[in-house]
Design a protein around this ligand. Structure first.
Ligand SMILES: NC(=O)C1=CN([C@@H]2O[C@H](COP(=O)(O)OP(=O)(O)OC[C@H]3O[C@@H](n4cnc5c(N)ncnc54)[C@H](OP(=O)(O)O)[C@@H]3O)[C@@H](O)[C@H]2O)C=CC1
Ligand SMILES: O=C(O)[C@H](O)CS(=O)(=O)O
Length: 491
C-alpha cells in the first residue's frame, strides 16, 4: 500500500528515477506555480508533489526546443538511431521501476503497467530503426533541363498532450517518431499521471538525448498550456491523445496558425460474436478487449453484439469467467481490476448501468461500487442491451460489458457503424466470406478479427470519423513528423 513519496521510493530499485521537477532544456526545474499533488487512485493518498509549470515556462521550453532542434536535425539518422536505442535499452533495464511508478499514479494492475512499459518502449525501438530509412525520391524532369528531387525534413518542434490511461505509451508513441525524424519534443502529460512522463526525461538525459530535444512540462493548468502550444509560432506540430471533446477544442485553437495536428480521440468499439465463432475464444477475447485497464482505453469494447443462437451460452460463459476475477490495489498480486482513475469515472459507470436497467437491461454480474470503497467498482455485465441505452452512443470508459442480441450480418453491421466514432472494432467468426464482408463493411480505422487486442508498434493505429486524424506506429507513423520538399533544378 502507498501513502507517501517515501513509500513509493522504497519500492524502487533505483529511487532516483522518481523525479518530480519539470525537464526543460536539459535542466530540472521547479514550477512557477509551486507544485500540484499526484494521488494514488487505490487509496486517494498523495504520493508526490510535482512542479506546476507556468505558461511562461512552457514558452521557454518551446524556445529551447526550437534551438536544440536545429542541431538535432543535422545528426544523421544513424546517429539519432543510436541514442534512441540507448533510451529504449534504459526503459527496458528499468521496466520494473517504471511499472511501479505507473501503477502508483494511475492504478492499473502492476502486470499491465509493466506491459505498458514494454509496449511504450517498443515505439522507441521501432522508430530508432526508422530514423535510418527516411527516404526521398527523384522524379523524371518535366523539361529537358529540369531535374526534380523530393526530400523529407523534420517538421520542427512538436508539442504533445496526452491522457492518464497510458501515461507512458501515449508519449513514446509520439516522441519515438518525432525524435527519429529530427524534431524536438515538448510533452505535457495529464495532471493525474505526470510521474511516468517525467521519468522518461530522466532516462532521456541518461541516454544522451541532447538538452532541449525532449522536454516534459507538468502542469495543473491543461487549457493554459494547450493555448501556448497552439499559439506559439515555434510549435509546428500538435499531437494529442484524449477525448474527442478536447480534440475539437484543440483543433479550433490550432486552426488560427494552420498547425499540423495528429488526433487520437475517443472510441465506441463494437465487439461482434457470430454464431460460427469459437465461443470460448470469443469469451477470452471479450475479456481482454473489454476489461483491459479496467475498461479505460479508447479501443475497449464498448458494445458487445452476440448472434441470437449463441447469446445465452456466451453470456453465461462470460459471467462465469469474470465472476472469479479479483478487484484490488494494482500493486497486490492477482489483481485484475484496479481502481478507476477518479470519482467521476465511477459516476459515469453508475449512470450507464442505471440508464440501462431503467430501459429494461438485466445485470447478470456486478453492478455496484466495490466493497473496497474509493473508486473500486465491480466488473459488470448486463444483458438485454438495446440501442436506446446511453452506452450505445457514449463511451463508458469503465468495467461495464453490455450484451446486445442480433439476428443477421446486415443488422449488426448497421448497428456497429451507427456511431460518430470509428477507432477500433472487433468480431469473431470462422466463415471466410463472412470475415471479408464484415471486415470491409465496418467503418473503423482498426478491425480485430478473432482477437481482442490489436495494439502493436508495427501497425498504423488511428481512427476515422470523429475518432481522430492521422496514424501512430508502423512505418507510416513517422510521416506525421516530416515535411516533404520538392526541389526543381534547372541544369
Ligand atoms: N484515441 C486514443 O488513442 C485515446 C482516446 N482517449 C479518450 O480520452 C478520454 C479519456 O481520457 P481523458 O484523459 O479523460 O481525456 P481528456 O480529453 O479529458 O484529457 C486528455 C488530455 O488533455 C488534457 N486537456 C483537457 N482539456 C484540455 C484543454 N482544453 N486544452 C488542452 N489540454 C486539455 C488533459 O489534461 P488534464 O487531465 O490535466 O486535465 C489530458 O492531459 C476518453 O474519451 C478516451 O476515449 C484516451 C486515450 C487514448
Ligand atoms: O489510450 C489508449 O486507449 C490507447 O491508444 C490504447 S492502446 O494503444 O494502448 O491499445
Amino acid at each position: 500500500m502507498l501513502d507517501t513519496m517515501t513509500d513509493l521510493k522504497s519500492l524502487l530499485k533505483d529511487p532516483s528515477l522518481l523525479e518530480t521537477r519539470a525537464y526543460i532544456g536539459g535542466n530540472w526545474v521547479e514550477g512557477d506555480h509551486g507544485t500540484f499533488d499526484v494521488t494514488n487512485p487505490a487509496r486517494g493518498d498523495v504520493i508526490a508533489q510535482v512542479s506546476d509549470v507556468s505558461r511562461v515556462q512552457v514558452a521557454g521550453a518551446i524556445t529551447q526546443a526550437n534551438t536544440a532542434q536545429k542541431d538535432w536535425a543535422k545528426w544523421t539518422g544513424k546517429e539519432r538511431a543510436a541514442v534512441l536505442r540507448k533510451w529504449f535499452d534504459l526503459m527496458i533495464e528499468n521496466q520494473s521501476d517504471l511499472g511501479i511508478i505507473l501503477t502508483a499514479e494511475m492504478g492499473k494492475p502492476l502486470a499491465e503497467s509493466v506491459g505498458e512499459i514494454a509496449y511504450g518502449a517498443s515505439f522507441i525501438e521501432f522508430f530508432a530503426e526508422e530514423a535510418k530509412r527516411i527516404y526521398g525520391e527523384t522524379i523524371p524532369g518535366h523539361q529537358r533541363d529540369k531535374r526534380i528531387t523530393v526530400i523529407k525534413q523534420p517538421i520542427g518542434v512538436a508539442a504533445s498532450i496526452t491522457p492518464w490511461n497510458f501515461p507512458n505509451a501515449m508519449i513514446t508513441r509520439k516522441a519515438g517518431p518525432a525524435l527519429a525524424a529530427g524534431c524536438a519534443f515538448v510533452a505535457r502529460p495529464a495532471a493525474e499521471t505526470p510521474l511516468s512522463a517525467i521519468v522518461l526525461g530522466v532516462l532521456a538525459e541518461r541516454a544522451g538525448i541532447p538538452a532541449g530535444v525532449f522536454n516534459v512540462v507538468p502542469s495543473s493548468r491543461s487549457s493554459e498550456i494547450g493555448k501556448e502550444f497552439c499559439e506559439n509560432d515555434a510549435v509546428r506540430k500538435l499531437t494529442f491523445t484524449g477525448s474527442t471533446e478536447v480534440g475539437r477544442i484543440l483543433l479550433r485553437q490550432a486552426a488560427d496558425s494552420v498547425m499540423k495536428c495528429s488526433m487520437e480521440l475517443g472510441g465506441n468499439a463494437p465487439f461482434i460474436v457470430f454464431d460460427d465463432a469459437d465461443l470460448d475464444a470469443a469469451v477470452e477475447g471479450a475479456i481482454l478487449c473489454k476489461f483491459r485497464n479496467n475498461g479505460q482505453t479508447c479501443v475497449c469494447a464498448n458494445r458487445i453484439y452476440v448472434q441470437a443462437g449463441v447469446y445465452d451460452a456466451f453470456a453465461e460463459k462470460l459471467r462465469a469467467r469474470v465472476a472469479d476475477m479479483k478487484v484490488g490495489d494494482g500493486l497486490e498480486d492477482g489483481t485484475i481490476f484496479g481502481p478507476l482513475i477518479n470519482a467521476d469515472a465511477v459516476v459515469k459507470v453508475q449512470e450507464h448501468i442505471a440508464d440501462a436497467t431503467a430501459k429494461g437491461a438485466n445485470v447478470i454480474l456486478g453492478g455496484n461500487p466495490s466493497s473496497l470503497g474509493g473508486t473500486f467498482f465491480e466488473p459488470t455485465i448486463v444483458t438485454g442491451a438495446t440501442r436506446d441505452m446511453a452506452f450505445s452512443t457514449d463511451e463508458t470508459f469503465g468495467p461495464l460489458a453490455p450484451l446486445f442480441k442480433f439476428e443477421d450480418e446486415d443488422e449488426v453491421i448497421a448497428m456497429a457503424n451507427d456511431t460518430i466514432f470509428g477507432l477500433a472494432s472487433y468480431f469473431y467468426a470462422k466463415d471466410l466470406s463472412r470475415v471479408y464482408k464484415v471486415a470491409e463493411a465496418l467503418e473503423y480505422g482498426i478491425v480485430g478479427v478473432n482477437t481482442g487486442i490489436i495494439s502493436t508498434e508495427v501497425a498504423p493505429f488511428g481512427g476515422v470519423k470523429q475518432s481522430g486524424l492521422g496514424r501512430e506506429g508502423s512505418h507510416h507513423g513517422i510521416e506525421d513528423y516530416l515535411e516533404m520538399k520538392y526541389i526543381c533544378m534547372s541544369v
